[in-house]
Design a protein around this ligand. Structure first.
Ligand code: GLY
Ligand code: MN
Ligand code: MN
Length: 460
């Protein structure tokens, strides 16, 4: 458990957040923090991460706690540390001290929670021990993988409406996560010339994050096989002709995330084919970021990325045809199969524990089109939203070797020409972009992304 003083201004922010929630719902909400999941015995646990909805209103990553929010009031439910805990964990703050720290109005032992459940809404926490407890206490299923219903759905919608845009306290945290992530990527580039394995570059990057007393906001991807979209293996040797794709983000102690990808040549020099494709992806990245402003439809930004990629691939002779027509037939998705990005906040893919409730404007649903099905955000943008922009190019064997895909797209892909780009398995360029009143601000802009500067950062 974190022992730290919460600043007066953060307590004020927490108060404001719960007052805003009170303006949206007229029933109590109980949010559980979650608990440490044991690995092999109770005291050896997986790293603990408090539920993001809890963190948003409580501000501290407490374990085995719950908060009850009603009419702007905060009641904290948690047990005092057990007498033996000081032996193993040192002196821990009492419930009353923690309550003061987060500006709670009342603090009670966990056992009293069952007297305060009436008419209360909740949201499922991911760990099984906690969602089982939620279900038992509330006498209804509260399941992490099922969409919330009834008052739980009302609560979810209210929280989404608050967490969609970030207040100043959140932005301070998000900027810290972004700054450390930039430093981590620079360290990864600098470590590459001497590294023999992907694992060594990962260690250099995560070392920076750990040294800032932060954690990663998702499992790092550091791989020469960038065509495996969520590759979580680090054993491959680094060969001079490889591109290394690093998707690594920091998370602050309070749980706020960054999500950044860079792709660099292991040798410090892009081959001409790698540079050509890199510049197509970068053009999509820059064009999309230039279009981010309040009112812009994120779905249109995705289609813009698809169009720029299709144009670039036509110019390189990999695709043939009119770029707009190619996008309409999803030919771009052969090489760019995922969405242009997602919401970012207390989580990478912020609030995706609620399915598409946060990502999709009410009344909109996911498309089943190959080129649109993985679009995670489909809303008009508003000031205060933080989104990622992450176009990519991948040669995924499961897509490109599929017989149906081959026959559907046989006339629009120049397979012979494509084979000349065999040294480009996966490229992604990802930045974190805040929507502002006037347009946008790239929180991760301090990390260069043009090919020449990337080469210099790797080589120096
Ligand atoms: N790091 C996961 C993603 O970019 O969505
Ligand atoms: Mn992302
Ligand atoms: Mn990412």
């Amino acid at each position: 458990m974190l022992i730290q003083q919460t600043s007066t201004s953060l307590i004020e922010t927490l108060r404001l957040r719960r007052q805003k929630l009170a303006n949206l719902i007229n029933f109590p909400a109980i949010l559980w923090s979650g608990s440490n999941s044991p690995r092999n015995f109770l005291a050896n646990t997986f790293p603990f991460r408090a539920s993001s909805h809890f963190l948003y209103f409580a501000g501290l990553p407490l374990s085995k706690a719950a908060i009850r929010l009603e009419a702007g009031k905060l009641e904290l439910f948690m047990d005092d540390p057990s007498p033996s805990s000081a032996l193993w964990h040192g002196e821990m703050p009492t419930r009353e001290e923690i309550a003061q720290n987060i500006g709670a109005d009342v603090a009670r032992p966990m056992a009293e929670l069952e007297s305060w459940l009436e008419d209360a809404a909740t949201l499922a926490v991911q760990d099984a021990a906690t969602w089982t407890q939620q279900s038992q206490l509330l006498n209804r299923w509260v399941l992490p993988q099922s969409p919330p219903q009834g008052i739980d759905l009302e609560l979810a919608k209210a929280i989404v409406s608050l967490r969609l845009t970030h207040d100043e306290a959140a932005l301070t945290q998000l900027r810290k996560a972004a700054a450390v992530t930039v430093e981590a990527h620079k360290a990864g580039m600098a470590a590459t010339p001497k590294a023999k394995l992907e694992a060594e570059v990962r260690a250099a990057m995560e070392g920076v994050i750990i040294a800032h007393n932060m954690t990663t906001s998702y499992t790092s991807i550091v791989t020469v096989h960038g065509e495996v979209l969520h590759n979580e293996q680090y054993h491959h040797p680094l060969q001079p002709g490889d591109l290394l794709l690093a998707d690594v983000g920091a998370e602050t102690e309070m749980g706020w995330a960054a999500d950044v990808t860079r792709t660099w040549p292991v040798s410090g020099k892009f081959s001409s084919t790698q540079r050509d494709i890199y510049n197509v992806v970068l053009a999509a990245h820059d064009t999309c970021i230039a279009k981010i402003h309040p009112g812009a439809e994120y779905g249109d930004i995705h289609l813009l990325a698809a169009t720029v990629i299709a144009e670039g691939l036509v110019e390189l002779g990999i695709l043939q045809g009119n770029p707009q027509d190619l996008v309409e037939m999803d030919a771009h998705a052969l090489f760019f199969p995922h969405g242009i990005g997602h919401l970012l906040g207390l989580d990478v893919h912020d609030m995706e524990d609620l399915g598409d409730l946060a990502g999709y404007e009410e009344g909109r649903e996911r498309s089943d089109r190959f080129g649109l099905g993985y679009l995670r955000l489909n809303r008009p943008l508003r000031p205060g939203m933080l989104v990622t922009i992450e176009p990519g190019f991948y040669q995924v064997p499961a897509i490109l070797n599929d017989a149906n895909v081959r026959s559907t797209y046989q006339n629009v892909v120049n397979w012979q020409r494509l084979s000349e780009f065999a040294d480009v398995r996966g490229i992604r360029i990802e930045d974190d972009v805040l929507v502002t009143a006037k347009g946008s601000e790239v929180l991760t802009a301090a990390l260069p992304n043009d090919a020449d500067t990337i080469e210099n950062l790797v080589s120096c």
